[in-house]
Design a protein around this ligand. Structure first.
Ligand SMILES: Nc1ncnc2c1ncn2[C@@H]1O[C@H](COP(=O)(O)OP(=O)(O)O)[C@@H](O)[C@H]1O
Ligand SMILES: [Mg+2]
Length: 358
């Protein structure tokens, strides 16, 4: 039984993109019939298309989002993040490649079926929310539930709950024009959450908010996610937001995905200078956990004395705070308290010192 529980962390895939391309330009629909182009490697094809004057919004993007995973796509403006998100929702048709949701291929699906999938399985928040101006906040939030034909009592209860969730309790009767930009965006977020989607596609939903409110909404998303375990694709240009939220991050540049990994992977092993430029300002102490930096081992070294045992999930920051002055050695534990590695106070201080020098 225990081995079964240990493997229960492998969640099924909810969404996957397989060799996804979005090319902008004239007569792109004919590109698929170009045998020479189709025979090229992804790199050659991207180059050939650019040489011919096409804009390659997304180039050979492949990734899977697991059930309950918060997957972040991060990159500078124009790197192709929204293009990938729009292709996932099929608001733009991919030029090449496939998008699968719960095992069903979306890129070949008739529009009527797609509309139903968007309505029932996808929650979408884009940069500009497009609230209905003559609907109140509550009516805006209730709208997708009405479209689904739910009962009035259900609709109102859910809409009120969502309003509270985004901190707008008591403002349900306000019209969008009576709300601040940040508040309007909160209504948009609440509206997308109201349908309880299987996959949330969020395109820079917090970008226009004040830092404090933004942080609050990030916390709410984290809290919500810990309860609901939704599959989320979250787009941002803000690396620290990505690191705060993500289980995994895909970094995009010029339409390409340059690295995919957990926040700790990106911090410890950035693929290139572009990724390095983002990770530079992020606190290693806050992001890295003992399991990311420990020496893996099944028992403590013989010279370990007065060692403290800490869970592998402990952040280095917390570790630094918790360590008593005399404690030099740390034993790192994992599932059911088993030893998975060790670490020393000196290593920890070294990382902290490097941080201080930045
Ligand atoms: N409809 C379009 N027609 C032509 N080019 C487009 C279109 N949409 C996006 N692009 C181009 O594709 C690239 C990626 O854009 P986008 O996905 O919006 O970037 P991001 O969301 O990362 O800021 C940009 O160079 C952009 O100009
Ligand atoms: Mg965008």
């Amino acid at each position: 039984m225990s081995s079964l529980r240990a493997t229960s962390k492998i969640h099924p895939v909810t969404l996957s993109c397989d060799g996804l391309w979005k090319v902008f330009g004239s007569q792109v629909e004919k590109l698929r019939q170009n045998a020479d182009l189709m025979a090229m490697s992804a790199h050659e094809r991207g180059q050939a298309l650019r040489d011919d004057g096409y804009i390659v919004g997304a180039e050979d993007i492949s990734f899977s989002v697991h059930a309950g995973e918060l997957f972040v796509i991060m990159g500078l403006s124009g790197s192709g993040k929204s293009t990938v998100l729009r292709c996932i929702a099929q608001l733009q048709q991919p030029t090449f490649g496939h998008v699968m949701l719960d095992g069903v291929c979306l890129d070949t699906m008739p529009e009527a079926e797609l509309r139903e999938i968007r309505r029932r399985k996808m929650g979408m928040v884009f940069q500009n929310f497009g609230l209905v101006p003559h609907f109140t906040a509550l009516q805006n939030i209730a709208f997708p539930l009405k479209v689904r034909g739910e009962s009035r009592a259900n609709i109102m209860a859910k809409a009120e709950e969502m309003l509270k969730l985004v901190g707008l309790e008591g403002r349900g009767n306000a019209f969008p024009s009576e709300l601040s930009g940040g508040q309007q965006q909160r209504v948009g977020i609440a509206r997308s959450l109201a349908v309880d989607p299987e996959i949330w596609l969020l395109d820079e939903p917090f970008s226009a908010l004040d830092p404090l409110i933004r942080r609050q909404l990030q916390d709410e998303l984290i809290e919500l996610q810990s309860r609901l375990k939704k599959s989320i694709v979250f787009v941002t240009h803000d690396f620290s937001e990505a690191v705060r939220l993500a289980d995994r991050i895909a970094i995009m540049r010029d339409g390409r995905m340059v690295q995919l990994g957990r926040p700790a992977d990106l911090l410890l092993r950035p693929a290139d200078d572009y990724v390095t430029s983002f990770v530079r300002d992020v606190s290693r102490l806050q992001v890295l956990r003992l399991e990311d930096v420990m020496t893996p081992a099944s028992k403590a070294p013989n010279d370990f004395k007065n060692a403290v045992s800490l869970d592998g999930k402990t952040t280095l920051e917390k570790c630094l705070i918790d360590l008593a002055p005399g404690q030099k050695h740390i034993i790192v534990t994992g599932y059911q308290g088993k030893i998975i590695g060790h670490f020393t106070r000196d290593h920890l201080l070294q990382i902290a010192n490097n941080e201080g020098e930045k």
